[in-house]
Ligand binder design. Sequence first.
Ligand code: DGL
Length: 265
Amino acid sequence: MAPRTAGETMYCKEDHIAVFDSGVGGISVLRQLYRLLPGEQFVYYGDSANAPYGARSTDEVRRLALSAAKKIMECHQIKALVVACNTATAAAIDDLRSTYPELIVIGIEPALKVAADSFPEGRVGIMATDVTLREEKLNRLIGLFPACDVEKIHAPGLVELVEAGKGNSPEADALLRPVLSPYAGKIDALVLGCTHYPFAAKSIRRILGPKIMLADGGEGTARETKRRLAEAKLLRKGTGGVIWKNSLDDPRMIRLSQNLLSQDW
Ligand code: DGL
C-alpha cells in the first residue's frame, strides 16, 4: 500500500492508530492509549532489530524513524502516528511532521511538567537515553521550570535489559543500584524519560524507596492523542485491538510485547 500524502488524504475513523518505538518500550504508552481509547485498532511497531536508538547519532535515529514510519504506512491505513519514543521524538518529530503534513503525528517528551507540578521548587532527576539527554529540546523543556533543580541521569544498558524481558530483575537492580543510589532520599521525583523505563519501575523503587514519585509521559501522550482525534472527528467506537509488528521478526518479541501490555502497573 502506498503511503498517503498531502493532497490525497481522506482519513477515516476505521483507520488504525500506529504506535512506534525503537523496541518494546512504547508499550508503556500503548497501555495508556488502550485504556483511554478502548474502541480503537492499534498497530504497534517495535524496531527491536535496531534498538537501542539512544546510543546512536541523531542522524541515524532520524533515518530509522522515517524508515519505520514508511514501513508502517506501506502495510496499514493509519489516521495517527504516535511516536512512543522520547529518543525518536527528540531526533525526528519535525521531519516526520513535514514528511506527512496532514497526518496526526504525536510525540512524547519527558514528563518534567508532571513532576514540577507536584514539586515546583523540588529536586527532580530525569533519566533518559544519551540522545534525549543531549538534544536541545530537553534543555528548552528544563528551562520552562527554572525553580526546579534538575539532574540528568544516564542509565546505559537498561533499554537492552527491558528488550530482554528483564526490566524487573536482579540484573536490573544491579545495573541501577550504582546509577540511582546517590539520589536515594535526595530527589523528590524521578522522570522516566525513556518509554522502556516504566518496565523497570519495580527495580527503581527497590533502590529509591517505595514513595518516590515516578513520572512518565505515557498518560499525557494518550490524552493528547485522544484530544487530536476528537478534534479531527476521527474517534472510533467499536471493538479495539492491537496488531503486533516487530522488525526482529522473532515470535518471542511478539510474546514479550503481549506480556508487557498485560503486566500489572
Ligand atoms: N524507548 C526509547 C525512548 O523513549 C529509546 C530506547 C532506545 O534507546 O532505543 O527514548
